[in-house]
Write a protein that binds this ligand. Structure first.
Ligand code: CTP
Length: 406
């Protein structure tokens, strides 16, 4: 189950060239389990076919204000109210102006006016239009209303031939914003530090020791905390990943020592520390300044221990008041080993994964495991894609934090 599972989303598209991207957006939302309904303005119908949208959404596409639903009921009054969130993408300058001024002269605007469902506006237009003071004023006025959330337009090649701001936000960002709109804001005011990704320890200028972590799990957790309103610091290893939308600040690390420094400087005063990073336990005892040349025969590498960051926090005053969540990636005897780590490193929670199973854990899209608390509660986390898996963890942690002073 993801936050979007069984959620009803109404996608309203205005007449911009980016309307051609909407079938892909519908498909991605449906991949997350959402039930997507679509309405097009008359101008949008010039850029995208109703047939394509009908086929991908599996519902008739609304285009006509005056049609009925076959039961003599005017469709617009219900479609907005029935939705959990309305996405306006692309939101053209014209459509934004009409919404801002309360117009209700076609199916899209009437539907928006006839409900109080949260609206995500995805402005999409050429840069000059976006910079026009009247357009700016309309966008700012809507952004100031609690019902409307305005996404930042993307940068890049625009249909008018210039490179600039004004592209429709990426589907991934729109989906993140939809997730945030549907999440309870129960972590607002809470400070959460999430570490993610592998460490990398140099042997020489061309070689290093690392591990199979891709950071996906930690990034998914950061996204899920951000969606619930937490103030998220993401401490990220060497992975080529964009920070999720809800992340307030990002600190990058390469080595276990960098990570240790970053954790120590951000953990004081946090409500939660989630150590999803896969930290090297050993690093090369020396780093050669020049490339190590091969020699006849075998070679062995002297390694030295890195600091166990979680263990080192146990007696550190900075840990006071911080709920600590660790991960245990195991290949055998998973639950016992995880519980052992939980005790040894005095964590409050541990997420245990069996990384020997095919298709879950490191480098895969899915995860499954156990979430075990120091108080003895064990939650079984069913197999799910890493985002849904993260949302399940965050939901449990959020429930546990409620009632604790912030
Ligand atoms: N961890 C840490 N510092 C380290 C190694 C691990 O803070 N130097 C954290 C990880 O981020 C994780 C938890 O400790 O949240 C457990 O990590 P893991 O490597 O599974 O446990 P270890 O205690 O290192 O045990 P082992 O490698 O022997 O299984």
């Amino acid at each position: 189950m993801s936050l979007l599972t069984n959620k009803r989303i109404l996608l309203c598209s205005g007449g911009g060239i980016a309307a051609y991207k909407t079938p892909e957006l519908v498909r991605r939302l449906r991949d997350q389990g959402a039930d997507v309904h679509v309405m097009l303005t008359s101008a949008a119908q010039r850029f995208v076919s109703t047939l394509a949208l009908e086929v991908v959404s599996k519902h008739p596409v609304g285009v006509d204000l005056w049609s009925t639903d076959g039961k003599s009921q005017i469709v617009h009054t219900d479609a907005g109210k029935d939705a959990d969130v309305i996405i306006v993408a692309p939101a053209t300058a014209n459509l934004i102006a009409r919404v801002r001024h309360g117009f209700a002269d076609d199916l899209v605007t009437t539907t928006i006016m006839a409900s109080d469902t949260p609206v995500l506006l995805c402005p999409s237009m050429n840069t000059d239009m976006l910079d026009n003071p009247l357009v700016r004023e309309n966008i700012d006025a809507l952004a100031a209303l609690p019902r409307y959330r305005v996404l930042e337009p993307g940068k890049g090649d625009l249909a008018c031939g210039v490179i600039g701001r004004g592209r429709m936000p990426d589907p991934i960002d729109i989906i993140e914003a939809a997730r945030a709109a549907l999440s309870p804001n129960d972590l607002s005011g809470r400070r959460v530090v999430v570490t993610a990704g592998p460490t990398r320890e140099d042997l020489d200028p061309v070689r290093f020791i690392t591990n199979r972590s891709t950071g996906t799990m930690g990034f998914a957790l950061a996204r899920a905390f951000g969606a619930r309103g937490a103030d998220v610091t993401l401490i990220a290893g060497p992975v080529a990943k964009r920070s999720p939308v809800g992340v307030a600040r990002r600190v990058d690390f390469v080595t276990a020592a960098d990570l240790e420094r970053a954790v120590l400087s951000h953990v004081a005063g946090a409500d939660l520390l989630v150590m999803a990073a896969a930290v090297a336990d050993y690093r090369p005892a020396t780093r050669s300044a020049t490339k190590i040349k091969k020699q006849p025969g075998d070679m062995s590498l002297p390694l030295e221990r890195t600091t166990d960051i979680l263990a080192s926090l146990v007696d550190n005053p900075v840990r006071e008041g911080v709920t600590v969540v660790g991960f245990a990636a195991e290949t055998d005897d998973v639950e016992r080993r995880a519980k052992d780590k939980l005790k040894r490193k005095k964590m409050d929670w541990i997420v245990a994964n069996d990384v020997s199973r095919r298709g879950v854990g490191f480098g895969t899209g899915d995860n499954e495991g156990l979430l075990v608390s120091a108080t003895g509660v064990t939650h079984v986390l069913e197999r799910a894609d890493k985002q849904a898996f993260a949302e399940r963890i965050v939901e449990t942690l959020a429930a546990a934090l409620v009632g604790q002073p912030s």
